[in-house]
Design a protein around this ligand. Structure first.
Ligand SMILES: N[C@@H](CCC(=O)N[C@@H](CS)C(=O)NCC(=O)O)C(=O)O
Length: 209
C-alpha cells in the first residue's frame, strides 16, 4: 500500500521525497499549493493542524490501521522506525541521528528560511536588519556543519534521516546566499549525497502543479 505525501516543492517537502525514495517505499504525491493557500483547506488541516507541508497518510500504519503524521522531523522518524532503515536502534548510534535531526529542525531550516523571506522583500530598508541577522546565523550553522563533517563522513557517522533533513536545506544554499566553496566539508558531503540515485529521484520528482 502506498503512502500519500502531501507536499510542495520546498526544502521541507524535499526531505520527505528523498527519504521515501532512499527507503524504497511506494508513495503518491498530493500537491498542496501553498502559494494559493491550499494549506488552509479543511481537509488538509485535519492531517496537518499547523497548516504546513509536509504531511503523510500511511494507509498501512501500525497494526495495519491508517496513520497520519505532520512535521517533517516526525515523519522522518516514523519512516525510519517503519522501515528500520537510516535510523539505528542502538541508543549510542541513534542519539547522534536525533541530535543532528533536531539541529536541522530547530536551527538549520528556520534561519535560512528567514534569509529566503527577507531576500524576497523589495524594500531595501525592510530587508537590511533581517538579512544581516539571519545570514550571519546561517553562516554560523554552515560552520558548525563543516566542523562536524571534517570528522565524519555523514552527520551521524553512517548515512541517516538526519542527512536527508539537512540536504533538503543545503539544496537551497544559493538562495540563502552561501558559497559552498567556503565550507569544503559540507561541499564534499553535498556532492556525495547528490550522487546517490535515491536522493536524485527525491529531488527530481514533481512536487508542484
Ligand atoms: N517545522 C515544519 C515546517 C514546515 C514548513 O515551514 N512548511 C512550509 C513550506 S517549507 C509551509 O507549508 N508553509 C505554508 C504556511 O506557513 O502557511 C516541518 O518541518 O514540517
Amino acid at each position: 500500500m502506498s503512502i500519500e505525501l502531501f507536499t510542495f516543492d520546498t526544502p521541507n517537502g524535499r526531505k520527505i521525497s528523498v527519504a521515501l525514495e532512499e527507503m524504497e517505499l511506494p508513495y503518491t504525491i498530493k500537491v498542496v499549493d501553498i502559494r494559493k493557500g491550499e494549506q488552509f483547506n479543511e481537509d488538509f488541516l485535519r492531517i496537518s493542524p499547523n497548516n504546513k507541508i509536509p504531511a503523510i497518510i500511511d494507509a498501512d500504519g501500525p497494526g495495519g490501521a491508517p496513520l497520519t503524521v505532520f512535521e517533517s522531523g516526525a515523519i522522518l522518524l516514523y519512516l525510519g522506525e517503519k522501515t528500520g532503515k537510516f535510523l539505528p536502534r542502538d541508543l549510542r548510534t541513534r542519539i547522534p541521528v536525533l541530535e543532528w535531526l533536531m539541529f536541522q529542525m530547530g536551527g538549520f531550516g528556520p534561519a535560512p528560511g528567514q534569509v529566503h523571506h527577507f531576500a524576497g522583500l523589495e524594500n531595501e530598508a525592510d530587508q537590511r536588519y533581517g538579512l544581516e541577522r539571519f545570514m550571519q546565523e546561517t553562516r554560523r550553522l554552515y560552520g558548525v556543519m563543516d566542523r562536524r563533517l571534517a570528522q565524519h563522513e555523514f552527520f551521524a557517522g553512517e548515512i541517516s534521516i538526519a542527512d536527508f533533513a539537512i540536504v533538503g536545506w543545503v539544496w537551497r544554499h544559493q538562495r540563502h546566499k552561501i558559497d559552498l566553496a567556503e565550507f569544503p566539508h559540507v561541499a564534499r558531503w553535498y556532492e556525495t549525497m547528490m550522487a546517490r540515485p535515491g536522493v536524485q529521484r527525491g529531488f527530481q520528482v514533481k512536487l508542484s502543479p
